[in-house]
Design a binder for this molecule. Sequence first.
Ligand code: NAD
Ligand code: ZN
Ligand code: ZN
Length: 344
Amino acid sequence: MKAVQFRAHGRGPELVTLPDPVPGPGQVLLKVTAAGICHSDLSLMAAEPGTLSFAPPVTLGHEAAGVVEELGPGAAGVAVGDAVAVYGPWGCGVCRACAAGRENYCPHAAALGIRPPGLGSPGALAEYLIVDRPRHLAPLDGLDPVQAVPLTDAGLTPYHAVAESRHRLPPGSTAVVIGVGGLGHLAVQILRALTPARVIALDVTEERLSLARSSGAHEALLSDDAAPAALSGLTGGMGAAAVYDFVASPATTALAAGAVAADGHLAVLGIGRGSVPVAFGSLRPGVTVTVPYWGTRQDLLDVLALARAGRLSTRTETFSLDQAPEAYRRLSEGGIVGRAVVVP
Ligand code: NAD
Ligand code: ZN
Ligand code: ZN
């Protein structure tokens, strides 16, 4: 089969031909119908050798949708032909975190060698994908795979961050979204669907501010030197009850730290090189800072249900597997608006 791999540090993604995979005991083989391209893959491929928890070569793609092609021996719970989305942050399945569906925080997965597809295990930028356990599959139930596949990460990650902080966003409150890319444009829609907060979104181009507005942002601002004062003005000097930073560069974490209100919530979701100083006096009092990772199994079912209810619209641009390296190049140059989705 054709696949797109990260084969060596310092090299871009490469199209390769691999043997068709065969599902082992308990596994499920999917024929991939759509796979999303995430900014995290660029960080992965730019990482210094030895700094990742796995070594290349690995097939990329941690947002996956597909149709069940074959069940391995003993696998049950899904049937050949089922259209599904893949829950990516695989855990051990038996610990306390996993029992609560919070497999994204399983403390045992890494030591057990359990890695998400595309982030250590063979990923979805291929014609076929092996899913380790049927519990990692969620039925699409009528959702279009191209529209739905970004929901498995670009939707799931902000859904999780908002679900865990929505109690901070009562009527009259303000939420700030920094970075209106794949994750950020869905974050705006999720905030509008789950909370009564006023949503202010920031990005660096007018095209993305326009995406923010069409996603439901009440205000859209350029993320520049004037942004701190603009945010202060819009919140009467109080700051925002919740700030979600989908960039986390030094500039945006500084902006985020200055913008979060007393007793507020700051979620650092981007994996740029910025950080937030947490010390008495460095933030307004009572601020909670979190570094959410992906989402829970329940969050995935919820975000898919929200889409089925017509509350989420994913902006996508589609590519073939052969065009995937080009999609990554465009993403690295800021040339993708919304999410790039590969249709094998
Ligand atoms: P993306 O490239 O689609 O979007 C990033 C957006 O940020 C773009 O619209 C870009 O114009 C904007 N941006 C860049 N610099 C900015 C600045 N100074 N101020 C405001 N906006 C700015 O990326 P994505 O796939 O949406 O991923 C966003 C981030 O989230 C990445 O760092 C990615 O690695 C990370 N991520 C984290 C998790 C997690 O579990 N925490 C999951 C997925 C992705
Ligand atoms: Zn991702
Ligand atoms: Zn576990």
